[in-house]
Design a protein around this ligand. Structure first.
Ligand SMILES: Cc1cn([C@H]2C[C@H](O)[C@@H](COP(=O)(O)OP(=O)(O)O[C@H]3O[C@@H](C)C(=O)[C@@H](O)[C@H]3O)O2)c(=O)[nH]c1=O
Length: 183
């Protein structure tokens, strides 16, 4: 596997080694020891999630207070534009975002450490999105920041005049300036 740096040092792109042959392909989607050697991180994942979305859906920007989650995210069907936003107030990159295309063809994964808000926009007709988390989900601690907060100004690849499909929870989300963030 290969680690590719992003403009936020703690957010990393992981590219697994894919073995293709006449049958199809094989790759290790997660190997704890290789991940540790490549990233220097000793992570422990406790939950695996799978969501399916149709084109134009935007989920996010989500995070969990009290019990922040590190996430290793990927796409096994379709394509998304995936975004991590640093919401650690004391961080030199507080409020900065990183966006990466994750597709079924590039096999890329994105590592988001605890302390980041996460969201994605679906570019394909269907996207199956898989991710591992370092903390369990607690609905009471679940928080959302407005996906189009001008204070963050994410460059979503959304065509002019198109409104993404967002949940009612995400529609009502707070702007970063009013959000409960990490210190
Ligand atoms: C995230 C999650 C949701 N749920 C339930 C709550 C709710 O009834 C239903 C749908 O939840 P949501 O609308 O929050 O699902 P969704 O909008 O897909 O939320 C996810 O978005 C991406 C961007 C993330 O980063 C994730 O951490 C998570 O917040 O599933 C769980 O039971 N466990 C979980 O871990």
């Amino acid at each position: 596997m290969k680690v590719i740096a992003t403009s936020i040092p703690e957010v990393m792109i992981i590219e697994p080694k894919v073995f293709g042959d006449s049958r199809g392909f094989f790759f290790e989607s997660f190997n704890q020891e290789n991940f540790r050697q490549a990233t220097g991180l000793d992570v422990r994942f406790v939950q695996d999630n799978h969501s399916r979305s149709v084109k134009g859906v935007l989920r996010g920007l989500h995070y969990q207070v009290r019990r922040p989650q590190g996430k290793l995210v990927r796409v096994v069907r379709g394509a998304v534009f995936d975004v991590a936003v640093d919401i650690r107030r004391s961080s030199p990159t507080f409020g900065h975002w990183v966006g990466v295309e994750l597709t079924e063809d590039n096999y890329r994964q994105l590592w988001l450490p605890p302390g980041f808000a996460h969201g994605f926009y679906v570019l394909s007709d269907i996207a199956d999105f898989l991710y591992k988390t370092t903390e369990y989900y607690f609905s009471d601690f679940d928080r959302s920041i407005l996906w189009n907060d001008p204070g963050i100004a994410i460059g979503w690849p959304i065509e002019a005049g198109v409104s993404p499909v967002v949940s009612s929870k995400d529609e009502k989300a707070a702007r970063l300036v009013h959000a409960e963030v990490f210190e």
